[in-house]
Design a protein around this ligand. Structure first.
Ligand code: DGL
Length: 270
């Protein structure tokens, strides 16, 4: 069966591309909820309802494993889905949040021993308003890493600018948001792009951050963790190509997606 990859819109394509390059023969099914994007300004209940609806669509289309390639949904909905929504059986949902925390803390998610020194003193997190408000990132970091201080910053307007393909506006916004963060933390040791849309403008973040700040972007980290997971759960492996679905207007989504993917693909409406 194909592996489902879900995002509120186009951001999840950054994760899909990395997955495709790590697992070139794997069948994937992408679903962007472009009709309801952005999720980052919605409340938890809304994000839960929209996320479960889209994941159910992917299950109905034959996926058994779905990667929620969206931090907003991973932070607000994933845990509840895993605990009380998933049907009994082999269906699984994984997020993009856990691999990032594991990578930063160098600890397995299931390691419940007391927090340790990770060598990290501070980390800046750029994400949507909803992800920052969920406080999931600082909570999970503190649980594992002793001396690390997390500085979250909500990049208001950036997802909308990216979804609109507005490069000039994205540039202005990234500069302003990074500047605002640097006023609180002038020399971040590490910075996390905690929204799957942001790798699309990763170069802008790199240019605005101090040279010695380590920039962590999710696609490679998530693809590596997923490849590792699939090595241990071979039932989810299936050879095939990728099919693309959206809840939005296929023509508009297709044109924008082409900018991010570098080639055109056929989109179907769900
Ligand atoms: N790309 C998503 C994320 O990682 C969602 C952005 C949004 O819809 O606001 O948070």
């Amino acid at each position: 069966m194909p592996i489902g990859v879900f995002d509120s819109g186009l951001g999840g394509l950054t994760i899909l591309r990395a997955l495709q390059s790590h697992l070139p023969d794997q069948a994937f099914m992408y679903l962007g909820d472009n009709a309801n994007t952005p999720y980052g300004t919605r409340d938890t209940y809304d994000v839960f309802d929209l996320t479960t609806k889209s994941v159910q669509t992917l299950f109905d289309k034959g996926c058994e494993l779905v990667i929620i390639a969206c931090n907003t949904a991973s932070a607000s909905a994933l845990h509840r889905m895993q605990v009380s929504w998933l049907p009994k059986g082999n269906k699984r949902v994984l997020g993009v949040f856990v691999p990032m925390i594991e990578n930063l803390t160098k600890r397995d998610w299931g390691d419940n021993t007391p927090p340790t020194h990770t060598g990290l003193e501070n980390v800046a997190v750029f994400a949507t308003q909803s992800t920052i408000e969920s406080a999931a990132f600082p909570r999970e970091m503190k649980f594992r890493a002793r001396d690390v201080e997390v500085f979250g910053h909500a990049c208001d307007g950036l997802v909308e600018a990216i979804e609109a393909g507005d490069t000039a506006r994205s540039e202005v916004l990234v500069k302003a948001h990074v500047e605002a963060l640097l006023q609180r933390l002038p020399q971040p040791q590490a910075a996390v792009l905690g929204c799957t849309h942001y790798p699309i403008v990763e170069k802008l973040f790199r240019a605005a951050l101090p040279d010695n700040t380590k920039l962590l972007s999710q696609p490679g980290i998530v693809a590596e963790a997923t490849t590792d997971y699939l090595g241990r759960h071979k039932i989810y492996r299936e050879t095939g190509d990728t099919r693309y679905f959206t809840t939005g207007a296929t023509e508009t989504v297709g044109k924008l997606a082409e900018l991010f993917l570098g080639h055109s693909v056929a989109w179907k409406k769900v």
